[in-house]
Design a protein around this ligand. Structure first.
Ligand SMILES: NC(=O)c1ccc[n+]([C@@H]2O[C@H](COP(=O)([O-])OP(=O)(O)OC[C@H]3O[C@@H](n4cnc5c(N)ncnc54)[C@H](O)[C@@H]3O)[C@@H](O)[C@H]2O)c1
Length: 417
């Protein structure tokens, strides 16, 4: 209870029911509180965290710190909530907030190297976005650097791009548990867009022509959420079969140029630069571009700027790009993921994500992860899912003999004879 009680006083606003501390031990992260006890040698391995520092991260950082002492937190700048950063600093954590996404690469590398030269005790890095992917040779030159845990797809792709890695890089980006998270990201993205519409433009999403670029996990959940707000949703994916799936699922696949010409709200959810300079002329006059993906990658903003007559901030979230022909479009949140304006994910799903990050760290800390890039293995996911059910699903808590508890061994029980 200690942690959650403190974090409420740091945030004076009224909390939603999902944010209220759960009863009993473990505050908002009871499953994680259980799982941290599975590390037999707490304190032996130190850690560096490159993380989204929203208020929901405070309890996580404290729990990790109790097992793998946290040397420094590098806060991804576009998701660094000043109150949460202060709150961590007040608790004695060293938190660096880089000046930009580019600077986050530098600060992440520097934080790990500084911790490696400060002490010869083992060090692990847990990160969100592939910020260390380019530097693994340099880090692995230190014998006591024992590996990296990565959270996101964008980070995973970055580690793939920079292979080979001589240290373990354990990625949970493509874990089935992440799929659960991804289904709620779209809703968070659309909530944040809707808030801008209502508060800044006195407008609504109902009836708006919306386009989603990238029909993967985040794009699909964004398209579903937009449809739920009665937007008229078109989709474009570079992969033809994704457009086929979009059509069958009731979305309206369009070639990129058509999508850009026709839609008023464009969500980029590819994790790549999906709208490049060559596409800029097709963006509808007055359209609003929003990223649901990572960093500032989705739109070629620096190139747009050079090709435009002017770029002006309209308010705290909207930037207008005025083209030389007099038409314009708006980019929200400087092209960084919009959902981080509004605390992104909340509730019990966070406990699950943090649990998987922790068990991945435990795997690396105990030398069970092999050098090079790997996906988190299914037994870890089963362990997390069971811990989560024990704490967040009263129906399962009451039935300790249910077959889920012995999964996957219990699969044998149902095999046809
Ligand atoms: N905003 C958030 O809170 C949040 C949360 C999780 C993940 N992410 C990020 O969102 C991004 C997408 O993640 P995902 O899990 O949905 O990935 P995914 O692989 O499931 O989906 C990406 C889709 O984009 C398509 N694509 C790739 N390049 C394209 C291009 N140039 N044009 C059109 N389509 C293209 C791919 O074919 C694929 O269908 C990643 O950067 C990921 O890290 C953001």
């Amino acid at each position: 209870m200690r942690i959650s009680n403190i974090s409420w006083t740091a945030h004076q606003e009224i909390k939603s029911i999902h944010e209220l501390p759960a009863s009993g031990e473990g505050g908002n992260l009871p499953a994680l509180t259980e799982l941290v006890k599975t590390e037999n040698k707490p304190g032996r391995v130190r850690s560096i965290l490159v993380a989204h520092v929203l208020h929901t991260a405070i309890e996580y950082v404290e729990l990790v710190n109790s097992i793998y002492p946290v040397m420094k937190v590098v806060a991804v700048p576009y998701s660094a909530d000043p109150t949460a950063v202060k709150s961590l600093r007040d608790r004695g954590f060293e938190v660096v907030v880089p000046e930009s996404v580019e600077d986050t690469f530098v600060q992440s590398r520097d934080a790990v190297l500084a911790a490696l030269s400060d002490s010869s005790e083992p060090l692990i890095a847990q990160e969100v976005g592939g910020y260390l992917a380019k530097f693994t040779d340099e880090l692995t030159a230190h014998d006591h650097f024992i590996g990296i845990v990565e959270d996101t797809n964008n980070g995973h792709w970055r580690y793939e791009q920079h292979e080979p890695h001589r240290c373990p890089v354990l990625s949970m980006a493509q874990s089935p548990l992440k799929d659960v998270e991804d289904t709620i990201i779209g809703d968070a993205v659309v909530y944040s867009i809707e808030r801008v519409f209502r508060e800044n433009y006195s407008s609504v999403l109902q009836g708006a022509r919306c386009g989603v670029i990238g029909f993967g996990k985040i794009g699909t959940s964004s398209a579903i959420a937009l449809k739920g707000r009665e937007g008229v949703v078109s989709v474009y994916d570079i992969n033809p079969s994704k457009n086929m799936r979009a059509k069958v699922e009731g979305f309206f696949p369009l070639p990129l140029q058509e999508l850009l010409t026709q839609t008023d709200v464009v969500i980029g959810a590819t994790g790549q630069t999906s709208v490049r300079l060559v596409d800029m002329p097709y963006i509808k006059d007055g359209a609003i571009l929003v990223s649901a993906s990572s960093k500032r990658v989705e739109f070629a903003l620096d190139e747009f700027k050079k090709a435009c007559a002017s770029v002006d901030a309209l308010d705290e979230v909207s930037t207008r790009y005025l083209r030389k022909d007099g038409t314009s479009f708006i980019v929200l949140n400087d092209g960084t993921p919009i959902n981080f304006r509004d605390k992104s994910i909340l509730g019990t799903i966070l406990d699950m994500i943090y649990c998987e990050l922790f068990v991945c760290m435990r795997e690396v800390a105990n030398g069970r992860a092999k050098a090079s890039l790997h996906h988190s293995p299914p037994p870890l996911q089963d362990e997390v899912a069971k811990a989560w059910l024990r704490h967040h699903s009263p129906a399962f808590q009451k039935l300790p003999n249910d077959k889920v508890w012995d999964y996957p061994k219990s699969l044998e029980l149902g095999r046809p004879k």
